[in-house]
Every structure is written in structure tokens, then in C-alpha cells.
Design a protein around this ligand. Structure first.
Ligand SMILES: Cc1cc2nc3c(=O)[nH]c(=O)nc-3n(C[C@H](O)[C@H](O)[C@H](O)COP(=O)(O)OP(=O)(O)OC[C@H]3O[C@@H](n4cnc5c(N)ncnc54)[C@H](O)[C@@H]3O)c2cc1C
Length: 490
């Protein structure tokens, strides 16, 4: 495991390929350092005993102690620890911990590359294991570039007017492949060591050019990161840990990029490409049951604090709102635990969480965010939108007025009232707050995609049989068991 300082030294050595705001920018641009801070915590927390060791795992490949973000789940306990680590870390920084894309991509690839070798006699799993040794020993940070830009959403990759709208292989050489295309919304690519590329969807048998998975350094020749950086409003006087964070998402351009064969994990195996795509989404939704539980708890805590500072914490409607919010936090986290407890072991030995529980938790998390904003806005009142500028609290003329008139419950100081409402404003009434709303809804897959998976994986005939039996209608099969068999869909 490396330190956050070593991680930053490595970032500083990457060749410049990040474009932002119309120009080539440094990876340590002030708009990007909030994201670097978050990734640094993933290195620091792993060594922090306060986190009860959840951030450290034992490599099943080398037996060495490694950062859990680079671990392949070997047990139910590993899945539980990953979920717990994600929740604890997100709670600590006040938002997305960002390194989960890497662990989720690695776990998906461990299964898909192994299965491809079993089915087609290829040697992708060997490539993958060699790659993993490097990832683990150097403690690399990874971005997952899965989401293709996709063009017309209802047309398949081969049917698009421009075939590059889904990233594809344009040439195979003796020493590697050439890929062309673009991936969208790639979180933390501006400050990650490697870009792990996965297919975005199931592939038809004639879509072999698009069935490709690989990993390359983030500054590889031909890779351009067109980055968008997002940060909580920067404070001038009133420092707050919440405002240290930030995140970046890039459109990642692959302009005839060379990938050596040893870094290729799938190339033309359409069935396993679909498996890799679905498995990344599944692992990522399991990660959401950790991170989104933390985010929901943040909004629950903020709502409770707003109620206390407003002196209304005993009001019945406040308690009802808080109970609803706590229920969401607990259900999201519980879905991840249930998914881990009902996991299945793949041929590679990797544990795969249960699909229905993951998707149910992720869908609840994505849609509940709007209710969480609504609850905090309702209980905090209009001040979280109209709070005067920070400088006005430090201006000789206006300060006494603001300190007098911001007062609510008398045992909370004016400064703490200011701190609390400044945070609520950052969380809801800022460009950052709006960004986080869409992040919570679409990151890990839009809710409709989770509905598709939930319907796909639930044995609806079993549900109908229960009703037929109770109605006295003939049915085929059994109605015994709890609503569905434990399912190994992969
Ligand atoms: C903050 C953030 C961070 C992200 N980070 C990453 C990342 O690190 N790596 C990564 O790979 N991805 C990342 N994503 C991408 C995320 O997974 C996608 O946003 C999500 O899968 C939805 O895809 P889309 O944005 O292209 O939306 P679209 O596909 O454009 O979806 C828009 C709507 O169209 C619907 N739709 C789409 N296709 C069809 C169809 N064929 N038929 C009918 N309806 C359809 C969708 O269900 C949705 O309701 C991130 C997204 C966000 C918002």
C-alpha cells in the first residue's frame, strides 16, 4: 500500500492530456484538487486504525496486505467489508469516495475474463491476474470507463450512423489492438492512474468489434480527457471539511489508441462482454448501497440539525419526516447486506452479490434523493437559499445585524447557525448541490435500468403461482420457498 503523498507524486508525473474550459490544464488545477483530496483519503484511511481495518484486505493472488479498493471479493465478508468501507469513507468526506469504480470494474473483469477463457480457450484471465499484481503492488487508482456516448439510444452499436459512438476495435495487430471511440461521464479520470474500459451493454453475436475490455495508463498516447470539475462553493473565511471535496467527470476520447495484448481482457467475445457490462453495473449498485446510505444519512442529519436550530425538533411533522428518512438509510444499507449474504461464487472464485437486492437498494437510493432534498428544504426554511454572502458576516457594518438576526434557538451561537445554513446552502442551493442530485439519480445506472433488472431477475411466475394456489386455480411448479430461488443469473 502506498501513502497519499506517493499517489500525488505519481499524478504529477502523468503527461498532460486533461482539457477543461477551452485549454489544456494541469492535473493539480485548483478546480481539480478537490477530487485529488478525496482520492488521497482512500490512501490515508486504509492506514487509519479508526476504520477498524475495513480498508485493508489480503490479496488472494500474492497473500500481501492491499488496499481494499484493489481487492477481488473472495467471500461474503469481503462484500460486507467493501460496503461498510464505502459508507464510512463517504460519511467522512461528505460525498462520493470515487475509487469504487475501480474495484467494481476489477471484480466484473475477474469473472468475465475467466469465463471467456473457459468458453473460448483464450488467455485473458492470465492477462488480468498479471495486471492485478501491478494494481495491487503499486496501489493504483482506477477509473472505469464503461458508459459509451451511445448516439441514438434505441439503435444498437452496429446500427449507429457513426460506428465510433460505441468504442470499438478498429484494427488487430500482432502486438495489440487499436481502439477508437469515446466514453462519457468518467469520474476521477483526471486524477487516476489507469483507465479500465468495459463494454456498456449486452452485445449481439455480430457486434464483436464493440465487445472489448482493457486497461491503459490515463496518459496513453491518443487518450484525451475533456474534463468537467465540480466543487462545493469555496469558502473564504468559514472553513468546513465538507468543502474540501470535489469531483471530476470526463468525456474520454480514444483516438486510435494502441492497447498491447497483455492489457486486453476481452476482444470479440460478445457473451462475456455483456456479462462484464452487467456485472460492473451490479457491483457498482452494491457499492451504492454503501455510499448512498452515507449520503442519505447526511441529508437526514442536516434535516435534524435544521429542526433543532430552528427550535422545531419536537414538532410531529419533523419527526415523521426524519423517521421516513432513517427508514430509507436503513433499507438502502440492508439491501447491500442482503445482497452480500445471498451472493454466489463465480467460476473464478469471485463473489457476486445478489442482483435483485442490489437493484432494489440502488433504485430506492436514486429516487429517494429528491425526497431528501425536499425534506431538508422544507425544515430548514428559505434561508438555505437566501443566506447573505459569507463576506457580509465579516463586514464591519453588516456583521452585527447578521449575527443578531440569524439567531434562532438561543443556545446555538450565531456562528454555528451561520455554519449550518451555509452547509445547507452548499448541499442544495448551489451548482454543486444540483450536480449531486443528478449524480445520485443516474450514477450507477438510471432508475429505469434498475427496474428492468429487477423485473428480469424476479421469478414472476412464482408470485403468480402463490395467488393461483390461494384462488384454487391450477398451476405448474412449486410455491414453496421465499418468493424466488437464490439465483445465479450470471
Ligand atoms: C455524476 C455521474 C458519474 C458517473 N460516473 C461514471 C463513471 O465513472 N463511469 C462510467 O462509465 N459511467 C459513469 N456515469 C454514467 C452513468 O452510469 C450513466 O449516466 C447512466 O448509465 C445513464 O446513461 P446516460 O447518462 O447515457 O443516459 P441515457 O442513456 O441518455 O438515458 C436517458 C434516459 O433514456 C433512457 N434510455 C436509454 N436508452 C434507452 C433505450 N434504448 N430505450 C428506452 N429508453 C432508453 C434511460 O433509461 C433514461 O431514462 C456517471 C453518471 C453520472 C451522472
Amino acid at each position: 500500500m502506498i501513502s497519499s503523498e506517493q499517489y500525488k507524486e505519481r499524478m504529477a508525473k502523468l503527461k498532460p492530456n486533461v482539457y477543461q474550459g477551452g485549454k489544456l490544464v494541469d492535473r493539480f488545477d485548483p478546480s481539480i484538487v478537490g477530487g485529488i483530496y478525496v482520492l488521497c483519503t482512500t490512501y490515508d484511511f486504509a492506514n487509519d486504525p479508526e476504520f477498524e481495518g475495513v480498508g485493508v484486505a489480503t490479496s488472494h493472488i500474492t497473500g500481501e496486505k492491499i488496499n481494499r479498493f484493489n481487492h477481488i471479493h473472495q467471500s461474503v465478508e469481503d462484500l460486507l467489508n467493501k460496503q461498510k468501507m464505502t459508507r464510512l469513507y463517504c460519511q467522512e468526506v461528505g460525498g462520493c469516495i470515487q475509487r469504487c469504480m475501480g474495484i467494481d470494474a476489477l471484480n466484473a473483469l475477474s469473472v468475465a475474463s475467466y469465463d471467456a477463457d473457459q468458453n473460448h480457450g483464450t488467455s485473458y484471465y492470465k492477462n488480468f491476474i498479471e495486471f492485478m499484481k501491478k494494481v495491487q503492488s503499486e496501489d493504483l487508482s482506477l477509473v472505469c470507463a464503461q458508459t459509451d456516448v451511445k448516439g441514438n439510444r434505441v439503435w444498437r452499436p452496429a446500427k449507429q450512423q457513426d460506428p465510433d459512438l460505441y468504442l470499438r476495435v478498429v484494427e488487430k495487430r500482432a502486438d495489440g489492438i487499436i481502439v477508437n471511440g469515446a466514453k462519457a461521464h468518467n469520474s476521477c479520470s483526471a486524477y487516476a492512474d489507469e483507465i479500465v474500459v468495459l463494454p456498456t451493454r449486452n452485445m449481439a453475436s455480430d457486434e464483436t468489434d464493440w465487445a472489448v475490455a482493457f486497461s491503459i495508463p490515463a496518459d496513453t498516447q491518443g487518450v484525451t480527457l475533456i474534463n468537467g470539475a465540480f466543487n462545493p462553493p469555496r469558502r473564504r473565511r468559514l472553513e468546513a471539511p465538507y468543502c474540501k471535496q470535489g469531483e471530476s467527470h470526463s468525456m474520454t476520447i480514444f483516438d486510435h489508441v494502441f492497447v498491447p495484448w497483455e492489457r486486453v481482457f476481452l476482444c470479440g467475445e460478445t457473451e462475456e462482454a455483456g456479462k462484464a457490462a452487467l456485472l460492473f453495473a451490479l457491483y457498482h449498485r452494491h457499492s451504492y448501497t454503501g455510499c448512498k446510505a452515507a449520503v442519505s444519512e447526511l441529508y437526514t442529519g442536516a434535516t435534524a440539525l435544521a429542526a433543532e436550530y430552528n427550535g422545531i425538533e419536537k414538532a410531529q411533522h419533523v419527526r415523521h419526516k426524519l423517521a421516513d428518512m432513517i427508514q430509507v438509510v436503513d433499507l438502502i444499507y440492508a439491501s447491500g447486506i442482503a445482497a452480500a449474504m445471498n451472493s454466489v461464487k463465480a467460476g473464478s472464485g469471485t463473489y457476486i452479490p445478489d442482483s435483485n437486492y442490489c437493484n432494489a437498494g440502488r433504485m430506492l437510493a436514486g429516487e429517494a434523493i429528491y425526497g431528501e432534498y425536499e425534506a431538508l428544504a422544507a425544515i430548514a426554511g428559505g434561508l438555505s437559499a437566501t443566506l447573505p454572502h459569507e463576506e457580509d458576516f465579516y463586514n464591519e457594518k453588516t456583521r452585527p445585524y447578521l449575527e443578531k438576526y440569524i439567531m434562532r434557538t438561543p443556545d446555538v451561537s450565531a456562528e454555528n447557525q451561520h455554519r449550518a445554513f451555509r452547509l445547507f446552502q452548499d448541499m442544495m442551493s448551489s451548482a454543486w448541490g444540483a450536480h449531486k442530485l443528478i449524480d445520485a439519480l443516474h450514477g450507477g445506472g438510471s432508475p429505469v435500468i434498475e427496474k428492468v433488472a429487477i423485473y428480469r431477475d424476479h421469478n414472476i411466475e412464482h408470485s403468480k403461482n402463490i395467488v393461483k394456489k390461494l384462488a384454487g386455480i391450477e398451476y405448474e411448479g412449486s410455491t414453496k420457498g421465499i418468493f424466488r430461488e437464490k439465483r445465479s443469473w450470471y
